[in-house]
Structure formats: structure tokens, C-alpha cells
Design a protein around this ligand. Sequence first.
Ligand code: PRP
Ligand code: URA
Length: 211
Amino acid sequence: MKGFSRLTVIDHPLVKRDVALLRDRRTPSHQFRAVLRRTASLMAYEVTRALPTRGVKLSTPLERTRGTVIAQKVVLVPILRAGLGLVGGFVEVLPDARVGHIGLYRDEQTLQPVDYYFKVPRHLGTALVIILDPMLATGGSAAAAIGYLKRKGAKDICLVSLVAAPQGVRTVLRAHPSVRLYTCALDRTLNKHGYILPGLGDAGDRLFGTE
Ligand code: PRP
Ligand code: URA
């Protein structure tokens, strides 16, 4: 992506189809939840593409051969609430991953993140830490989450969003240039309330049926 060399836009046709379903205001919560989970699994393939592997010896029912195992621990860290919608899809393809949680919400007036919960596994220093949050808007929440994880020792960090605004990508990369960003759509801009345009609305509300 021009100007954002650390950003990968996942534009597989199956992902694009799912993003359209998630954007559509007529998509009810139960379908939103199911589609977000499916999209997360598709994203996981791209995000984990460069994971290191190690060869192992094994026996099939017929003979000895060699196989492959993943050689780096993976820690998933959803940002509450909406990030929870991506966890199921990721653990489906990364069953050994550990899961931490970061509780943040955006103050409606200031748009600044307010933190209320942190719980992450120990030994983050050698793990691939994948932060999950469908929405990257101003970037305040993501930048705060990354700062916290770095203070806890994380070094290899990816930020996974479904939809991102250019403002959010810029803010995160300015504060944390070593982080790799993945999104399914780089949208146009933010409105005056900090919502992504065209976006998909309030991801937490759509996921959990609150409003
Ligand atoms: C949403 C979203 C991100 C944040 C993005 O959470 O899930 O965490 O806003 O905005 P930012 O990039 O401007 O910080 P929200 O604050 O609505 O909390 P919720 O998931 O609990 O509804
Ligand atoms: N949070 C959301 O859920 N949606 C947006 O568009 C921006 C922040």
C-alpha cells in the first residue's frame, strides 16, 4: 500500500465478500457474528504466513517421514469488546495460541481510549503477539494497546483490523513503526464523531446487539 509499507490489505475475494456483508446495515447480529468469525479465519492465514516452522520426524501408518510444526508461540490479544468477535476464527486455525485481553473503550467526547482491564500471558518477548480489533479509527485504542504490550515485553507485534482509516494507520505507525498492520479494507476517512467512512458502524454494538 503506497505510503504505508507496514500495512497489508487482505483483498482475497472471499474476504471482500465478507466485508460487504459486514458493512451492510441489514445484516443482523447473529449473521454479523458468524461472518466476522469466518473472516477472522481467512485473515489468520495471511497474518501467520511468515511464522517460523521446524521440521519433525513422524510415522504415517506406512512409513517414516518428516512433517512441520510451528516454531513460535502465538498470543492473541483482543481489544474488548469488539475484538472478541475475531478470537474464535483465529483460534480455529491456531488452537495452541494463548489469549490475553485488553479492555479499552473510547470516550465519546474526547475520542481518547479509557482502559479498564488488562490480562496477558507471561513471556511475551518470544511470541508473535497478534492484537485483534475490527476497527482502527483514530488509532488511539490500538496505539495504547501496543504501548501496554511493549511494556509487558512484547517485541513481535501485529495489529489486525477488519476496516481501517488512514488516520488510524498513520497514528499507529508514527507511535510504533515496528508493528505490522493487517486490514481487509483501507477506508476513506473518519466523520466528526470519529467513525470510519464508509465503515460498518459501531462494531461492538453490531456484534453484541447493543445500542
Ligand atoms: C471501538 C473499536 C476500537 C476503537 C477504535 O471500540 O472496537 O477498539 O473503537 O477507535 P479508535 O481507533 O478511534 O481508538 P469502542 O470504544 O466502541 O468500545 P467497544 O468495543 O466496547 O464498543
Ligand atoms: N469504533 C467503531 O466501532 N466503529 C467506528 O467506525 C469507529 C470506532
